[in-house]
Design a protein around this ligand. Sequence first.
Ligand code: ZN
Length: 69
Amino acid sequence: MPSKDYDKFDIVEMKKPHACQSNRWQIIRMGMDIRIRCENCQHVVTLTRRDFDKKLKKVLVKHQDSSEA
Ligand SMILES: [Zn+2]
């Protein structure tokens, strides 16, 4: 089953903007739950993977792979 291409430190856009009107979130934790932080107001939200998949609109910025010299 194809899953959306996202990873830790990527910047993502959600289907609904945050209350502060910003819609740029950084993934700060990937695990059983996914934790994202609003780039504007630094508010942190924790979602289950399932919820995150449902609410994710798109990945805006892929984090650079640090293994790339
Ligand atoms: Zn915010």
